[in-house]
Design a protein around this ligand. Structure first.
Ligand SMILES: [Zn+2]
Length: 411
């Protein structure tokens, strides 16, 4: 079997139009798999694999193209710099057509097939009809908080074809995040904004992603500007003050906001949708539906953000860190994504809008287990007349806008 080499079309176009006859680049190889991805400039998406030096070469005539191996040997003789290239990629324009071939100087017997990663893609044509892909491409989503919730939601929205993202989080990826985050140990220490940007671009290389590694509680001017310009706010932060701030801004600028969270040990979770004129996060906090037990996943963050009160002893605080399973958070993320797509497809003519008749609640609750707060929920297989909420099924609630609510009564 031969090797396979991928090139980004836009990089090759730049090279062909440039005056240089050759340019050094980098190829990333998956050892033992005979697959290379070659780059002329640092790619928008962080590459993986092992880096090897590669040379991009343009030739004029057919002989040089067919016998590029000899040409490269001659170049090596005059300049030992060329010894370091393990992959050579050769181009030639013939009657307006760009011919390309590649070889490995140290393994001349290996045949290499070249594939282009195109400039404009039809990656999402399969979703056409189900959702209005063209419409989602133009929409802009602001995601605040890129932990196990926000990061997964961002990637799902990219897969659906959403074209514009603004990502806000000042945290870096730490070891204790790994079991539930989309990122792995190879990205430890990186800013979550950059990790998620790369993950989005990996799914949709044509998305526009702007990152803000800021603390919204300290830089309220920036977050206010971002909320005012977006089509939808996904509030996936883990502190009450940040949710209140986002809530106030969502109301002020007449936006739709989705607040998703897990409660203690991810025994369940909920999603609140704040819509213009409807109840808000502060209204929910005053309602019978609100569960006060927050899931606490990170001691330091919980201390800083006031989720764990300052007077709590170190031992008590440690006992409060109770992390649920990733799979128990997944349903909550999925509901946020469904509601996000529903909101972003508003005004378009597509099949998924039939869900408007069902997904019309302000607040959605989910229980993974009949424990603690959800102890009196009906079991999955025994709920006569569906009089009570059932575990492992969504339960939608409409609740009134509260007159006492300081946030939304003025609007
Ligand atoms: Zn309110």
């Amino acid at each position: 079997m031969g090797s396979l080499l991928y090139l980004h079309q836009y990089q090759i176009q730049n090279f062909i139009n440039a005056p240089e006859q050759f340019k050094p680049g980098v190829a990333y190889e998956w050892k033992g798999e005979d697959v290379y991805h070659a780059y002329l400039e640092y790619p928008r998406i962080a590459p993986s694999g092992y880096a090897v030096a590669c040379l991009f070469l343009k030739v004029q005539n057919k002989t040089d193209f067919d016998n590029a191996e000899t040409l490269v040997e001659e170049m090596k003789k005059s300049n030992s710099e060329f010894d370091r290239f393990n992959v050579i990629i050769v181009f030639r324009l013939e009657n307006g057509q760009l011919l390309k071939r590649a070889f490995l100087p140290n393994k001349p017997d290996i045949q290499i097939r070249i594939e282009y990663i195109p400039d404009k893609s039809n990656l999402y044509t399969r979703s056409k009809g189900l959702i209005e892909v063209g419409a989602l491409e133009k929409r802009n989503v602001l995601i605040v908080g890129l932990g196990s919730g926000g990061a997964s939601i961002a990637v799902e929205l990219a897969k659906a074809g959403v074209g514009n993202f603004v990502l806000v989080d000042f945290d870096r990826l730490e070891l204790h995040n790994i079991s539930r985050h989309i990122a792995g140990v190879n990205e430890l220490g990186r800013l979550k904004t950059n990790i998620v940007r790369d993950a989005i671009l990996g799914k949709n290389p044509y998305a526009n992603v702007n990152t803000y590694p800021i603390d919204i509680m300290e830089d309220t001017t920036t977050i206010e500007g971002l909320v005012s310009e977006t089509d939808l706010v996904v509030a996936a932060t883990d502190s009450l003050p940040s949710r209140y701030l986002l809530n106030a801004l969502i109301i002020k600028y007449n936006k739709v906001g989705l607040f998703g969270r897990a409660v203690t040990r991810a025994e369940g979770g909920d999603v609140l949708r704040v819509r213009p004129g409807g109840p808000c996060y502060a209204c929910l906090k005053g309602s019978q539906w609100y569960t006060h037990e927050e899931e606490i996943t990170d001691l330091r963050r919980a201390r800083e953000t006031g989720v764990i009160p300052a007077y709590t002893s170190e031992d008590d605080a440690n006992a409060m860190v109770q992390v649920g399973l990733s799979t128990d958070i997944a349903p909550i993320n999925t509901m946020v994504v469904k509601l996000a797509i529903q909101e972003l497809s508003k005004g378009t003519d597509c099949l998924i809008t039939t869900l408007d008749q069902e997904l019309n609640y302000d607040f959605y609750m989910w229980a993974n287990r009949r424990e603690l707060h959800f102890a009196n929920w009906a079991p999955f297989n025994n709920n006569p007349g569906r009089k009570k909420p059932t575990i492992l099924q969504w339960y939608g609630v409409k609740f009134p806008k509260s007159c006492d609510c300081n946030e939304c009564k003025h609007y």
